[in-house]
Design a protein around this ligand. Structure first.
Ligand code: CMX
Length: 430
């Protein structure tokens, strides 16, 4: 850890000064206003929080520390975590140090496996992952240091310790859950010297002589790592962390949000919809059949999973990266062909319906097809894969928040009575 900790120790005082100065000089500058519609409408689009690890301009898609995600598709998970935390890509020595550091910390406590084994056999894999993370809270270095009494300026140090321990263990736990929950045989232990993606792919036990599945996992971990601060999982993690709950509590909260069908679970739902379609039409449907089936889905009151976004207004560049990977390695795969066909039809249908502000595919529209191709066909596991990656974003945001002394989050809620009086008063004035 020394290298990552040293890099952060150099950057943090500079960042703190910048923020202090912005606040001192411009603290009263208005950067947004809030409408009644936004207050009732999920606070969409209100600029009211800061996240420096990544941003999502609606017309560009994900930028990690200013770098478009399309330019990071050859990187490793370790590179991405280092970049998220420090704002710089690691040197090869930094990367090596981080890989070794994670290997040192990878051992999962035995009690975690006992707890997971005791859970009902039909538990959702996301429930199992969250339970494992919460169970390990007793290991938190942040909680121990806080109990002893620690200066606020040092909060980030044990947060980084907890984050590295979690980062090191989550892939092993996630792979163990896969093998246990879907009866794939004994757990496979992590191996030193491998990257996070290589290890995770190996521990899942998916046959992979060519290393192509490990490469798919590498891409998967990079693409899902972070998506600025306001999405449900990042925000849930942020709110809980802002109470100085340690990273185990905060990440578990974030992942509980990721488990929702309008967020991370959409990848499970999306592939389910695709497979249902191939079953119904006994193969890839014609354009007309697909158009009608899309309308049937909408008319039955359901959303088309994998399409639309709260922020994006373009095809998600993460979808493009997954699609390119699939088209490069297995263009004839029927599921991949259908993903491609859906991409050509569904946006038109959503535009015709005229409800979704963003008719384009998001990351979840293609990711499942890749996993399915390599034989990872248990849909309910897909959000766990998302979690292994998204934990990197949540943890890096927590480290930065503790370093910047971000205060407890506490927006003001109003009642509908207050709203009625306020709109009535506004009406008399106009
Ligand atoms: N299919 C059908 N209807 C959709 C739709 C879709 N894919 N996307 C949006 N709409 C509908 C909304 O349900 C909403 O309808 P009502 O007015 O009847 O409530 C209307 O269009 C306007 O919604 P919006 O402002 O465009 O979208 P929101 O910001 O409210 O919601 C999201 C964004 C992602 C929840 C929504 O697009 C959706 O449900 N998509 C499908 C699920 C999905 O793919 N989620 C994953 C997103 C990425 C992630 O977080 O992992």
């Amino acid at each position: 850890m020394a290298k990552l900790q040293n890099a952060l120790a150099k950057k943090i005082p500079v960042w703190r000064e910048e923020i202090k100065e912005i606040n001192k000089v411009h603290g009263n500058l208005k950067i947004d206003t809030v409408t009644v519609g936004q207050a009732y409408g999920g606070m969409r689009g209100i600029k009211c929080m800061v996240c420096d690890t990544s941003e999502v301009p609606p017309d560009k898609g994900l930028l990690i520390r200013g770098i478009p995600i399309a330019d990071l598709t050859a990187k490793t998970a370790e590179d991405t975590f280092y970049l998220l935390c420090t704002g710089d890509l690691p040197s090869s020595a930094d990367r090596k140090a981080l890989t070794e550091e994670l290997a040192e910390r990878a051992k999962v406590p035995a009690y975690v496996w006992k707890i997971l084994e005791a859970m009902p056999k039909d538990s959702h894999p996301m429930t199992m992952l969250d339970t494992a993370i919460l169970a390990m809270q007793r290991e938190s270095e942040f909680a121990k240091a806080y109990d002893k009494g620690m200066a606020k300026a040092d909060y980030w140090k044990p947060t980084l310790e907890d984050s590295l321990n979690l980062m090191a263990r989550i892939p092993t736990i996630a792979a163990g859950i896969y093998r246990m929950r879907f009866k794939k045989g004994p757990r496979i232990a992590p191996k030193k010297g491998l990257t996070m993606a290589e290890n995770y792919a190996r521990m899942l036990g998916i046959p992979d002589k060519s290393g192509e599945f490990a490469d798919c996992m590498r891409l998967y971990l990079v693409l899902h790592s972070d998506h600025e601060g306001g999405n449900v999982s990042a925000h849930a993690c942020h709110v809980v962390g802002s109470a100085l709950s340690d990273p185990y509590y905060a990440v578990s909260a974030g992942l509980n949000g990721l488990a929702g069908p309008l967020h991370g679970l959409a990848n499970q739902e999306c592939l389910g919809w695709i497979i249902e379609t191939t079953k119904k039409f006994k193969g890839v449907p014609t354009d007309e059949q697909l158009r009608k089936y899309s309308w049937d889905t909408l008319n039955s009151g359901k959303v088309i999973p994998g399409y639309g976004h709260a922020v994006l207004r373009i095809t998600d560049p993460r979808f493009t990266a997954f699609r390119e990977f699939g088209m490069k390695h297995f263009p004839e795969d029927p599921v991949m062909c259908l993903v491609d066909k859906v991409f050509n039809i569904v946006p038109q249908v959503l535009v015709e319906q005229g409800k979704a502000k963003d008719p384009w595919p998001n990351v979840d529209a293609a990711s499942g097809a890749l996993l399915y191709h390599y034989g990872l066909k248990e849909f309910s596991y897909y959000t766990v894969l998302f979690s292994v990656s998204r934990a990197m974003g949540m943890l890096s945001q927590l480290i930065i928040n503790r370093a910047m002394g971000t205060p407890i989050e506490r927006p003001k809620s109003v009642t509908t009575e207050w709203m009625k009086k306020t709109v009535a008063a506004a009406a008399t004035q106009s």
